[in-house]
Design a protein around this ligand. Structure first.
Ligand code: ZN
Length: 283
């Protein structure tokens, strides 16, 4: 299934049409998009999707799509998870995931503005696969890891490098949690919908220029490994998110460096999911 926050309402996209979950269920289900991660693993939603007469619903206008998980209870991100990015960052190859938080306020929609605070000159893009939990998860195994996932999305882990690396302390969580620094979308796609959920082509572009390209099969710690490792310590609940890490090609590591500025368009595209387009403004 392709699930969406459509004009602020929980929606299933069927043949390019926006099927409103509350209306299609005659009020049996609610309208809050936060329900989607919770419901993704339940049959009720599939019943609605298969019974829907798509033609009776409006065609999706992408401008009305919001973050599929607008208020994640928690968001965790992985700092180095592709070899190429570890090398360009001049850091050791990780032997366990290096984690930080992306706080709930940073989440925004797939076509929303990314706001560079006035005067900040080192704000960078990071195209990533984001996963959303759909079930309570503690002590997952490699074999059952994916069964806890409601769906996958395109994501950006926008980062103010000036703040991230300013002495005396590397403030990853602060530098990556400003308002609008965590766009996600455009759809949350359930894992069963993907031909190979562990091998998805991921591309990041800035103002039409391809900056990043990888396949998620190149992750150092793949999705099951991240779920197993994290759920040893942390209990996950529906709607919790993991940003799984960015490949090589970030602006900071380029020569010359290429940071985001007003007027840029950040595009994040993942095979089988779709393309997110976030314009950059400064204020
Ligand atoms: Zn990142």
């Amino acid at each position: 299934m392709r699930l969406a926050n459509y004009d602020g309402r929980a929606t299933i996209v069927v043949q390019g049409r926006a099927v409103d979950v509350e209306k299609a269920s005659n009020g049996a289900m609610g309208s809050d998009p936060m329900l989607l991660s919770d419901l993704a693993n339940h049959d009720d939603l599939r019943v609605i999707a298969s019974a829907a007469d798509a033609a009776a619903w409006p065609a999706v206008d992408e401008a009305l799509l919001g973050a599929p998980v607008p208020r994640p209870p928690k968001g965790i991100a992985v700092a180095l998870n592709y070899r190429q990015h570890a090398i360009e960052s001049g850091r050791e190859m990780p032997t366990e995931p290096h984690l930080f938080a992306k706080t709930e306020n940073c989440v925004c929609g797939p076509f929303d503005e990314i706001i560079v605070p006035a005067g900040r000159t080192e704000v960078d893009y990071e195209a990533e696969l984001v996963i959303a939990f759909g079930r309570t998860c503690k002590g997952a195994t490699r074999e059952n890891a994916w069964s806890h996932i409601a769906g996958v999305m395109c994501g950006q882990d926008i980062s103010d490098r000036g703040e991230q690396f300013r002495p005396p302390v590397k403030q990853f969580t602060i530098a990556k949690s400003y308002d609008t620094f965590g766009p996600i979308g455009p759809y949350m796609v359930t894992p069963d919908e993907l031909a190979d959920k562990d091998a998805l082509e991921l591309v990041g572009r800035v103002s039409g220029e391809e900056m990043q390209r990888t396949n998620t099969s190149d992750l150092i710690f793949d999705v099951p490994a991240l779920i197993v490792w994290l759920s040893r310590f942390i209990t996950f609940r529906p709607g919790d998110l993991i940003w799984t890490g960015t490949p090589g090609g970030v602006g900071e590591a380029r020569n010359p460096q290429r940071f985001l500025r007003a007027g840029d368009l950040v595009e994040t595209e993942i095979e089988g999911i779709g393309c997110m387009r976030n314009p950059v403004v400064e204020r």
